[in-house]
Design a protein around this ligand. Sequence first.
Ligand code: KIV
Length: 283
Amino acid sequence: MPKNTISTLLEMKQRGEKISQLTCYDYTTARIIDAAGINTVLVGDSLGNTMQGYENTLPVTMEEMITYGRSAVRGCKDAFVIIDMPFMSYQVSAQQALTNAGRLIKETGGNAVKLEGGAAVTEQIKAIVDAGIPVCAHIGMTPQSVNVFGGFKVQGKGEDNARRVLEDALAVQQAGAFMVVLECVPPKLAALITKKVDMITIGIGAGNGCDGQVLVYQDMLGMSGEFVPKFVKRFAEIGTAMSDAFKAYDAEVKAGTFPTEELSYAKSDCDDEFLQQLDKEYK
Ligand code: KIV
């Protein structure tokens, strides 16, 4: 059992302590994130963008979520790991959602699943929760609906839209979700939702009135290139550090200055006379 569980996370909300979440898709990064004390790791289908280079998350498959998901889970000791349900792995029916949520948990070892949508997916949430799998919902700007939204835009602007986002939050809570991601929602609306619900709210582009925050780790480390969404703070410039290191390596390899003698195994590991014999044998 990780140190962070649903109970400890809900207690944090009750005490007014903020909850940290980062996306992660691999073992090496998961170990670093976990050791840094981040409360929850999200194996997001954003891996379609960050790891696979697609324009959006729609092509990501169940098999890919399982492969990346189990790698990240292996790197986490204390973080609570949530695995995203990819596009079309749950929209068809509650039965399809339950079957795929079960696969994600059984085959990755994750602690919960996340799916996008509000009132439209409450049947699915209920079926998954009834089977003993915790569900994190995701409302506001839901990237799997990019073709409906016509781009990645703030949701919940104007009275009707704000009411719809609030009603989505209440609906997913009623269906049994223990956590909800609020993506690209006006900060005051996100704060109101956070006050109105007992489940944990995690914001991304939703201001600081949520119970916690999530960012895509490549964005916050400065690894995602020129474009960064307005809500992203770059906590480091790892992309630049990597590029500098790769260039220095390239230069040393080409100059023949890497590896040095200290970085090589002892010369005495190989007998000189034997090497001469080999040299003669293999003309
Ligand atoms: O897929 C993802 O990484 C997400 C977060 C950005 C919330 O859904």
